[in-house]
Design a protein around this ligand. Sequence first.
Ligand code: KG4
Ligand code: ZN
Length: 341
Amino acid sequence: MLVLGLETSCDETGVALYDSEHGLLADALFSQIDLHRVYGGVVPELASRDHVKRMLPLIRQVLEEAGKSKTDIDAVAYTAGPGLVGALLVGASCAQALAFAWGIPALGVHHMEGHLLAPMLEEQPPAFPFVALLVSGGHTQLVRVDGIGQYQLLGESLDDAAGEAFDKTAKLMGLQYPGGPEIARLAQQGTPGRFKFPRPMTDRPGLEFSFSGLKTFTLNTWQQCQAAGDHSEQTRCDVALAFQQAVVDTLTIKCKRALKQTGLNNLVIAGGVSANKALRLSLEQMLGELKGAVFYARPAFCTDNGAMIAYAGCQRLLAGQHEGLAISVQARWPMEQLPAL
Ligand code: KG4
Ligand code: ZN
């Protein structure tokens, strides 16, 4: 089955062709980061308009790259939520229109299920069951995964998502959007041990997260340095490292707890923050001690992309799922509501 996947939940237009027999044939992405950077964050209306502009050229591009024509496509999968409603509607309308015109089924895919299954596109995919840490701009969740659609939420963030904490903290420190890669870049030059930041909610049992206090702690430290006349680039790097290390340690402690609680020793990390090298290293170390393994996607498939939507859609389409012609998207959509395959 050849599936065209469309991703438009936020500020990236992603398109891909996934073949159930031959794997990923082509994927293309247009990132709107430069468009939103001047505003310091995503402007929803601008995002929607840009998805409209990019979608059809990207579809033509993947067809050409894969050496396929529109008549070869068996189904269209698109992100139906969670995300920005206007942006989601562009992908949904486009997918439904193409499916109607071509006489093939369409299916709305859950964006976080897409992220969660992205490591399946790698050479050594994880086997069920496993614990998944989903860390994106909108979500921080620990999930027990027994199969596609068999999700048990173990814990999540009570306030900011991990990616959101990276973005907001970066903004407070005068860095550009998106802040995650910026902080990661500065942290490489940071002095280990100069600042010690708290590891929120690790001193009590449970798998919940809270990152908003850490953001404030970072801001206070940053402002104290500025007030003392320290405007050095080294201090910016040192603060970035202390913040990143606090997030990484906190995530690692909670992942270890979740693995212990479930008795599992395979961990999947997915979503934009799973591209963070310090996080990968820390989790690999922890899993090494537990004689387990950690799985993640290549960096381009950690952040938003069409390939994960084409893959996740394909699995559900193969199981017989598809939709009517209604164009419906959801800004909020708990992943546990998805049907099991
Ligand atoms: O999954 P994603 O592309 O979009 C959402 O579904 O939200 O995640 C984007 C988030 C942003 O908050 C971004 O700052 C963060 O992922 N991010 C990173 C890194 N690369 C992207 N955070 C930390 N380190 C990185 N290397
Ligand atoms: Zn995402």
